[in-house]
Design a protein around this ligand. Structure first.
Ligand SMILES: [Zn+2]
Length: 64
C-alpha cells in the first residue's frame, strides 16, 4: 500500500496518508489544524530548495 507524505501549508505539519490507488484523488487533511491544503512530499528523491511562484522551466546556461 503506497504511502504518501503531505506537508500542511498552514502549520507545516508533515503527515503520511495511505493511498489506495495511484490515480485516486486524495484529500489530505491535516491532523493538527485540519487544514485541507497540503503539498505532497516526495521522498527518496533529494530535497532541494525550490522557489514557488509560477511554472517555468529554467534554461541552462550554455557553456562554451
Ligand atoms: Zn496543519
Amino acid at each position: 500500500m503506497p504511502i504518501y507524505e503531505f506537508k500542511c501549508r498552514s502549520c507545516g505539519k508533515v503527515f503520511d496518508l495511505y493511498v489506495r490507488s495511484l490515480f485516486s484523488r486524495v484529500e489530505p487533511v491535516c491532523p493538527v489544524c485540519g487544514g485541507r491544503t497540503a503539498d505532497k512530499v516526495v521522498s527518496n528523491l533529494g530535497f532541494g530548495a525550490r522557489s514557488g511562484a509560477g511554472g517555468g522551466q529554467q534554461c541552462a546556461p550554455t557553456g562554451g
